[in-house]
Design a protein around this ligand. Structure first.
Ligand code: KE4
Length: 428
C-alpha cells in the first residue's frame, strides 16, 4: 500500500527543514515517519493514509475540549466573518483579559501575545525592567519557549553560569541565566545566598511537562516563593502548559502558591495562536505604552484566536469539567500501570488534572536526570507498538501526554487494550 505519510514527509523535507515547523513533530527521538494529519474530531485524528488515532497530544495541550468542538468552530467561523485582524483594540480582547484575571486572581493585568515563547520572553524582560536586575534562574528540564536567554543547559557545577544549548546563541546572552535542578530547594537557597540581590526572577513550570510530567514537591515551590519575596526577585509561573490543564485556576490554585507573574498559552487559545503574560498591576505598569519595558505584536490579541479561546474557556468552566477530565486521566495512568505490572514490565505513570506521564523505570521522576536514566529504548518501542494500534502518544520520552473532554470511557478502554498487547510484546 502507498504510504502517503512517507510521500508527504519526503516532499515536506524539500522545502522545510526536517519537513516540520516544530522539531518534536519530526519523530526524531522515536524514529519512523511522522503522521501527516488530515483532520481531527473529538478525541480522534486521521492521517494521510486514513489511519485513525486516539490522540493524546491534543496539539501539546490546547485542544482540551476535544478537536473541532462545535462551539469553538462556530465561534471561530463567526469571528472570521467579521474580519481576521485589525491592528486595533477589540471588545473581545477585554473579555479575554477579564476572564483570565477572574480565573487567576494573582493576575491583575494581562497582555495578550501570540505564542508561549513570546509570553515567557516578555515576562522575563518585564521582570528585569521592573527590578532593574539582570540574572534569572530557570530549571534543568523546564522549557519556556526558544527565546535566546532561555536556551541554556545546566552547567557542570552548581551555579556555574551556563552555556547555550543552541547554536546561534552567543554566550554573553546566557551569561545571566542560572540553571538549577528541579525539586532541589537546597540549590535555590545557595543560589540566593550567592546572587540574591542580582536576581530579577525565577521562572518555573510549576508542574513540569517538558521533561515528561514531573510534579513539584510542595517544599520546592514554597521555598521558591519565600526566597523570591525575601530577596525582591519576582516569581514567574510558566503555566503555558499546566494553566487551565491541571485545574481551572492552574497550578497556582492547586498548590496554593501565588506567583508575581504568570505566563499562559495553549488552552487559552483553544488551538489558535494565543498566549498571555500577566500579574500584579504594579509590575504590569512597567510595560509599554505606559512604562519603559517595550513589548509589542502585530497579531497580539487576534480576534479569531480570542474567539477560539473564549469559547474554550466557557466550556472548561462548566460544572464537572475538571472532575471528569481528572478521573479519565487518572484511570488511564493507573490502567497503564496495572497492564505493565501484569506483563512484568518495569514502568510507572502519573497524572494531574488532564496531564499524564509514563516512564520505563521503577519510580516516578523528580527531575530530568531521572527521566534520562529510564529505559528510553523501551519507550521508543512502546510508542511504535501503540501507534500501530491507533494510539497516538507523544513521540518523546521527555514530553507529557494530554487528555481531552472528548476522551470517553471507550477511548480509555481501547487504549488500555492496546497497552496490554504492547506490554506483552515488550516483555519478550
Ligand atoms: P510556544 O512558543 O511553543 O507556543 O510555547 C512555548 C512553551 C512555553 N512554556 C511551556 C511550559 C511550554 O510547554 C511551551 C511549549 N510546549 C511545547 C511542548 N513540549 C510545544 C511543542 C512544540 O515545541 O512543538
Amino acid at each position: 500500500m502507498t504510504d502517503k505519510n512517507a510521500i508527504l514527509f519526503e516532499r515536506a523535507q524539500r522545502t522545510t527543514p526536517g519537513g516540520v515547523n516544530s522539531p518534536v513533530r519530526a519523530f526524531r527521538q522515536v524514529g519512523g515517519t511522522p503522521r501527516f494529519i488530515e483532520r481531527a474530531e473529538g478525541a480522534h485524528m486521521w492521517d494521510a493514509n486514513g489511519g485513525r488515532y486516539i490522540d493524546y497530544i491534543n496539539s501539546w495541550g490546547p485542544t482540551i475540549v476535544g478537536h473541532a468542538h462545535p462551539e469553538v468552530v462556530a465561534a471561530v467561523q463567526a469571528a472570521c466573518a467579521t474580519g481576521l485582524s485589525f491592528g486595533a483594540p477589540t471588545e473581545a480582547e477585554i473579555e479575554m483579559a477579564e476572564e483570565i484575571t477572574r480565573l487567576m486572581p494573582s493576575i491583575e493585568e494581562v497582555r495578550l501575545v501570540s505564542s508561549g515563547t513570546e509570553a515567557s520572553m516578555s515576562a522575563i524582560r518585564l521582570a528585569r525592567g521592573a527590578t532593574g536586575r539582570a540574572k534569572i534562574i530557570k530549571f534543568d528540564g523546564c522549557y519556556h519557549g526558544h527565546a535566546d536567554s532561555l536556551l541554556v543547559k545546566a552547567g557542570s557545577g552548581l551555579l556555574t553560569f551556563n552555556t547555550p544549548s543552541s547554536a546561534g546563541v552567543p554566550k554573553e546572552i546566557t551569561a545571566h541565566t542560572i540553571v538549577l535542578d528541579f525539586n532541589a530547594p537546597d540549590q535555590l537557597e545557595r543560589a540566593f545566598e550567592t546572587h540574591g540581590a542580582a536576581i530579577a526572577c525565577v521562572i518555573v513550570e510549576p508542574v513540569a511537562g517538558n521533561m515528561n510530567l514531573v510534579k513539584p514537591t510542595p517544599e520546592f515551590l514554597s521555598t521558591m516563593r519565600r526566597l523570591c519575596s525575601a530577596h525582591g526577585a519576582l516569581l514567574i509561573f510558566d503555566e503555558v502548559m499546566c494553566g487551565f490543564r491541571v485545574a481551572l485556576g492552574g497550578a497556582q490554585a492547586l498548590y496554593g502558591i501565588t506567583p508575581d507573574l504568570t505566563v499562559l498559552g495553549k488552552v487559552i487559545g483553544g488551538g489558535m495562536p494565543l498566549a498571555a503574560f500577566g500579574g500584579r498591576r504594579e509590575i504590569m505598569q512597567h510595560l509599554s505604552p505606559i512604562g519603559a519595558v517595550y513589548q509589542a505584536g502585530t497579531l497580539s490579541g487576534n480576534p479569531v484566536a480570542v474567539a477560539a479561546g473564549l469559547a474554550t474557556l466557557r466550556i472548561i468552566e462548566r460544572p464537572g469539567f475538571y472532575e471528569n477530565l481528572g478521573s479519565a486521566t487518572a484511570r488511564l495512568a493507573q490502567g497503564l500501570e496495572a497492564e505493565a505490572r501484569a506483563a512484568g514490565v518495569e514502568f510507572c505513570a502519573d497524572s494531574i488534572g488532564g496531564m499524564f506521564g509514563f516512564y520505563f523505570c521503577a519510580n516516578r521522576p523528580l527531575r530530568v536526570a531521572d527521566v534520562a536514566a529510564s529505559d528510553i529504548e523501551r519507550f521508543k518501542r512502546f510508542f511504535h507498538l501503540m501507534l500501530a494500534r491507533g494510539i497516538y502518544l507523544a513521540p518523546s520520552a521527555y514530553e507529557a501526554g494530554f487528555v481531552s473532554a472528548a476522551h470517553d470511557a471507550a477511548c480509555i478502554d481501547e487504549t488500555l487494550v492496546a497497552a496490554r498487547a504492547a506490554f506483552a510484546q515488550l516483555a519478550h
